[in-house]
Design a protein around this ligand. Structure first.
Ligand code: FAD
Length: 419
């Protein structure tokens, strides 16, 4: 899927064509910059994810000029939370800043769709380009090298290569070990629940293989894909706390506790249970340094409240693109240009710093299944607590505030330090 004759010199090189890389590249190309997007895989490719697209993602699609109404992916109305025998329906909030609708689609389709959009926008997409290191001059990145020895040069490079963050590491930008790193597993099941209008979420997981009741750590989901299948998974927000746990085994044990009517039985399972990391709460910094921008999972930009990362990857890509466009317009390498680039870090801090700080704390507390159980049992039945929790966790919050729930979330996130 290489678009044009392979170009080795560009205004910007973007590494990784996931949601973060595609969004960054499209915004940049639309501004007239010459962009090369390097991707190690060939599309379509699988990606371990829950496949849930929240209202935040739909807003980012609109910013890219893609009207979600024209897409045939399975829509949903919000979350259905399961706690013991109770069910709580939490519709996506009415909002000024976000649409009140979500979607779910396999990442193999979603990412392929976005990759095609980059080509339409004039991006030079090069697949089968596995970037192994940065090329530097006088301590500043000036390009990247692929495993097969090709070199792609640009004064600005954007790392969107996901949780492995290989490029950032090659520039000496390592993970902040004190910040939480989540882990999650998922598998596809053919299921009668595939056409339901809600994203199902379980906050209390019981071991279906144990004779006496035994609580398992984590939260679980089933996201209906509308194609006869559901994406079913289980996540742990603070993996360090459960180093020895086998998450695939935990998921199998939890699945045994569900009624067969869901169809989440081994004979309906399509493929293996697969796992991947959730780099959360800004666990890699600085997000701009010496010509290199970090976007999405490479910046540890997954929401620690809920494990959502697609929208934050696309949104941080938009912020990075805006800073780069500003910088270019002021003249590369000038002080004014560097100030514009540095503005990317402050922008991320202003937008999500306080929220992610609270999320990092929340993830640590709630990763104890007994605390999660008590909070869910006593908090969720109270409508005010339920609505506030939903607003906080979904992060569908208007700024400036539109109602009291927005005001509480916005005030809290302003009161705490930035992550
Ligand atoms: C089990 C699980 C469930 C999840 N569920 C959800 C969910 O339902 N909703 C949600 O919003 N988020 C979810 N997430 C998080 C979400 O998957 C990520 O946050 C999101 O994919 C981040 O996008 P990205 O563009 O930063 O990185 P990625 O999507 O990881 O994309 C990185 C791209 O870079 C490429 N690449 C990597 N290394 C190189 C290299 N060296 N050279 C060239 N290319 C390279 C990769 O092939 C890939 O295409 C989930 C995560 C997990 C693990």
């Amino acid at each position: 899927m290489t678009t044009t004759e392979e170009r080795t010199r560009s205004d910007v090189v973007v590494v990784g064509a996931g949601p973060g890389g595609c969004a960054t590249a499209i915004h940049l190309a639309k501004s007239g910059l010459n962009v090369t997007l390097l991707e190690k895989a060939e599309f379509p490719r699988d990606k371990i994810c829950g496949d849930g697209l929240t209202p935040r993602v739909l807003r980012e699609l609109a910013y890219l000029g893609i009207n979600p109404e024209t897409l045939s992916w399975k829509k949903n109305r919000g979350l259905r939370i399961h706690v013991a025998k109770s069910r709580y329906l939490l519709e996506w909030p009415e909002s000024r800043d976000f649409p009140s609708i979500g979607m779910a689609v396999k990442r193999s389709l979603f990412d392929h769709f976005l990759a095609n959009q980059t080509i339409k926008a004039g991006v030079n997409l090069v697949t089968n380009a596995n970037v192994c290191k940065s090329v530097e001059q006088q301590g500043r990145i000036t390009g990247v090298e692929t495993k097969d020895g090709r070199c792609f040069e640009a004064p600005i490079v954007v790392a969107c290569d996901g949780g492995s963050a290989r490029l950032a590491v090659s520039m000496g930008l390592h993970r902040i070990e004190s910040r939480p790193m989540g882990i999650a597993v998922r598998a596809y099941f053919s299921s009668p629940a595939s056409n339901q209008d809600w994203l199902d979420s379980w906050l209390e997981l019981w071991d279906g293989t144990s004779k006496s009741p035994r609580l398992l750590p984590g939260y679980a989901w089933s996201f209906p894909l509308g194609d006869g299948t559901c994406n079913v998974g289980l996540g742990l927000p603070d993996a360090a706390r459960y180093r020895d746990i086998d998450l695939r085994d935990t998921m199998s044990r939890w699945l045994m506790s569900l009624p067969d009517s869901w169809g989440f039985t081994p004979d309906h399972q399509l493929g293996k249970i697969r796992s991947a990391a959730l780099p959360m709460g800004f666990n890699r910094k600085p997000v701009y340094s010496r010509g290199l921008f970090l976007v999405g999972d490479a910046a540890g930009a997954i929401n620690p409240f809920n494990g959502e990362g697609i929208s934050y990857a696309m949104e941080s890509g938009r912020f990075a693109a805006e800073a780069i466009i500003q910088g270019y317009s002021r003249g590369l390498y000038t002080r004014s240009c560097e100030r514009a680039f540095a503005g990317y870090a402050s922008r991320l801090g202003d937008e999500w710093g306080g929220y992610f700080w609270l999320g990092n704390l929340f993830g640590r507390i709630i990763s104890n299944p007994h605390v999660m159980k008590i909070a869910a049992h006593y908090g969720l039945p109270i409508p005010v607590v339920r609505n506030l929790t939903h607003r906080m966790l979904s992060h569908v919050v208007d700024r400036p505030s539109r109602d009291t729930y927005d005001r509480v979330v916005n005030t809290l996130t302003r009161m705490v330090p930035q992550a």
